[in-house]
Design a protein around this ligand. Sequence first.
Ligand code: PBG
Length: 326
Amino acid sequence: MFPTERPRRLRRTAALRHLVAETSLTPDDLVAPLFVGEGLDEPRPISSLPGHVQHTLTSLHDEVRALRDVGVKGVILFGVPVHKDDRGTGAYDPSGIVQIALRSLRDEFGDDVVLMADLCLDEYITHGHCGVLDHHGNVDNDATLELYARAAIVQADAGAAIVAPSGMMDGQVGAIRAALDGEGFVETVVLAYAAKFASSLYGPFREAVRVEILGGGDRRGYQQDWRNRREALREARADVSEGADIVMVKPAMTYLDVVADLRRELDVPVSAYHVSGEYAMVKAAGERGWIDATAVAIEQLTAVRRAGADFVLTYFAHEVAEVLAG
Ligand code: PBG
């Protein structure tokens, strides 16, 4: 008996496989997260994110130029300030490190590179939470919104084409949209970290930005419970109704069901953040020779696209784009 179904026919040559491929991954689909340190004389390596550094302004420009030259046209900035305080002032100070970097990058790159700014307080606040604390030591949602609104205006003014609130406060998108519109920044895009889970995969990032959450505390009081799938849709729908232009799922690999849900249920672009822990795991196994790290990275990022994401934030952006660009 001969098989009647012969899917292998379409796998015979590379040209045939390309012809019928359902998903693509190109440098256009990638956004590079970059760290910029205040007061650095030279770039500072981040040990748990091999290949990544806290940039000086000069090395930041060099990196954005190199990314653009391999076709990566989106970057998202995170700041590492010299001083932190209990109000996270550096996040909304016009001369905070990210604002300085944005202005400088805008001057060189104009509209050729999409400049994004992560909008949160944790890198700038002594206790490491994403918002200010009330008298009981809890994160005060509504008091935090006022500071997010200020940060959005300052970032937009400094040159951010996209602001990306990552603190998971209720109403953050609405507060930011209203503040931006009120100051005439009607063109500034809001990319909402809509479904951001209280994951254990953010460890290397916290080393990168030197954030330690007070008392070993965690973010489960505001980030999402990773047992919940429907709730992610509820969060994302709320963000869209408040004016989010793009929604994001974070982390990526363990939440592909959520990416697929958002793609199916919403009309806005969907993105995903392949986070620091996801990068570190692949890199570490690669360094031991246990896997081919770049090949695994391409497989994972393609899977995120297959699940429905339009673009992916990833620490692999540079090296993967180099391979894709051939
Ligand atoms: C908050 C923020 C975090 C990340 C992006 N924005 C850290 C957190 O929620 O603890 C993590 C990104 C990563 O792990 O790559 N400002």
